[in-house]
Design a protein around this ligand. Structure first.
Ligand code: FAD
Length: 137
């Protein structure tokens, strides 16, 4: 929303991630596909892709470590992953949402358009229910 309206009210704050892949010489690195690390480690999650599609050779596996990172809207390589939801940021988003009402054909759906966190099932449900709302317009 902020990019769409050229940041006219300022950038919406987001949290980003640094994604670090590692290829390891072992069959499996961890006991599950995804393990969260909410404690003292610098990374917050490790994903091991072999569990989703076990096509890697024996004694090789690829893992992904996720490190929290600040989002910088002026840096094209920076990706807005998680909206930082608090009263101040919701108010800023509401300014953009009010601004968007000038464009009746603009349909807002998804985590960047609504400044929300959605899991995949939730965002698909949201898209389907919004479609039901707008198809008769
Ligand atoms: C790090 C991370 C981990 C996640 N893990 C899970 C999980 O384990 N399970 C789960 O269910 N969900 C997970 N999710 C959530 C899932 O990714 C989202 O629910 C889903 O991607 C939201 O879909 P969306 O269409 O709203 O947004 P997105 O998938 O983000 O799609 C937005 C699209 O808009 C494009 N875009 C952005 N700006 C512009 C622009 N100016 N012009 C044109 N295009 C633009 C982007 O490139 C992108 O393709 C995770 C999300 C993140 C960020």
């Amino acid at each position: 929303m902020d990019a769409l309206f050229d940041y006219c009210y300022g950038p919406l704050p987001y949290r980003s991630l640094s994604l670090q892949f590692e290829c390891l010489d072992m069959n499996y690195y961890q006991p599950n596909a995804v393990i969260n690390y909410p404690n003292e480690e610098a990374f917050t999650r490790i994903t091991e892709f072999k569990y989703f599609q076990p096509v890697y050779p024996q004694k090789k596996t690829v893992i992904l470590k996720e490190y929290p990172k600040n989002y910088d809207y002026q840096d094209e390589a920076s990706i807005p992953y998680y909206a930082i939801i608090n009263d101040e940021n919701r108010k800023l988003y509401e300014k953009y949402a009010d601004h968007a009402k000038q464009y009746p054909n603009l349909i807002l759906c998804g985590r960047l358009a609504e400044y929300k966190y959605y899991d995949m099932d939730a965002v698909i449900l949201r898209a389907l229910s919004l479609y039901e709302e707008v198809k008769s317009l």
